[in-house]
Write a protein that binds this ligand. Structure first.
Ligand code: BTN
Length: 323
């Protein structure tokens, strides 16, 4: 089926909100015969769509396959820039690396790089990121803010707030943020965020926000089963990844615009509201030392403030946090 026909068909079904659309109406929308409509419907069925056909009423979609290709993301997406350009690859080493390559060749702000599977997904501190096929969200968003590089860490926090709210709207579960980049449900990780830069000394050229989200996995490898969970495990049902991606892009765009207009302060307030560690005794393990103390907040640059037993306040730029 031609891509534009597929988009027109899916858009018509999306606008119908689960109601029937007659074969005649579909034929008019696509500009083809009713027999051709029937063939297109058969093609959708082959792709995994479950469609009901009733005489004198027409067709309606009962179930759409859980895919994250360009069409699934674009149809119904309510953003101005973010995700309007989608670079989908079935399998890639890392969407983060792919985004760096695309960005160097030149791309639109808001370009989304997404894959069904990563063979070398990476996390913070050069760790591996487990990214099995068809189950999670493995994506990188390319932004081009006109800002100096030192502002980049704030974007991890903006993304965390956006994802918390998107997950809550789609699943009804509100994850908690563990500084700087983890989202947890009941103490187990569902999302990691990796923000990387292409910049010179005083200007960001591209900011690449990588998001890894465990969505529909029903189990995890032994090494991480005690520390990782998925939305499906927590909710007890499968979640539409495309819908979740759309909501993340919409929220991220909203908070990105808020940040450009009003600065970091309103986002910092939200971040602290969703953060698990603030007000608690924690251990911060940096590359060369371990600091114990109470997490008392973050600075305007997104740096964690930790007050030790002597009342000394430490600013933590990069560390693993133990609660
Ligand atoms: C972390 O918690 O350490 C951050 C994990 C970030 C993983 C995502 S998955 C999509 C993007 N591509 C990558 O290779 N990494 C990020």
């Amino acid at each position: 089926m031609q891509t534009n026909v597929r988009i027109q068909l899916l858009e018509a079904f999306s606008n119908a909100n689960g109601e029937f659309i007659s074969g005649q109406a579909l034929a008019e929308i696509i500009g083809c015969s009713r027999t051709a409509v029937w063939k297109h419907i058969e093609d959708l069925r082959k792709e995994g769509f479950e469609l009901e056909a009733v005489r004198k009423k027409g067709y309606r979609i009962l179930h759409a396959p859980d895919k994250v290709t360009e069409n699934e993301i674009l149809i119904g997406l309510q953003t101005k820039r973010l995700g309007k350009q989608v670079h989908f690859v079935e399998t890639v080493d890392s969407t983060q690396k792919e985004a760096h390559r695309i960005s160097q060749d030149g791309c639109m702000e808001g370009t989304l790089v997404i894959a069904e599977e990563q063979t070398a997904g990476r996390g913070r501190m050069a760790r591996n990121w487990h990214s099995p096929k068809y189950t999670g969200i493995w994506m990188s968003i390319i932004l081009k803010p006109e800002l100096p590089p030192y502002r980049a860490p704030q974007f991890t926090l903006i993304a965390a707030v956006a994802i918390v709210e998107a997950v809550e709207e789609i699943t009804g579960i509100q994850p908690e943020i563990k500084w700087p980049n983890d989202l947890l449900i009941k103490g187990k990780k569902i999302t990691g965020i990796l923000t990387e830069l292409q910049a010179d000394a005083d200007q960001i050229h591209a900011l690449i926000i990588g998001i890894g989200m465990n969505v529909n996995q029903s189990e995890f490898p032994k090494e991480i089963e005690k520390i990782a969970t998925s939305l499906a495990i927590e909710k007890g049902e499968k979640i539409s990844r495309a819908l979740l991606i759309q909501r993340i892009l919409e929220k991220l765009e909203f908070y990105y615009e808020m940040y450009v207009e009003e600065g970091f302060y309103p986002i910092k307030q939200l971040w602290e509201k969703y953060a698990i560690s603030i007000g608690k005794q924690i251990i911060a393990r940096t590359i060369n030392k371990e600091i114990k103390g109470k997490a008392i907040g973050i600075t305007d640059d997104g740096v964690l403030k930790l007050k030790d037993e002597n009342g000394v306040i430490h600013e933590i730029y990069s560390a693993d946090i133990e609660l």
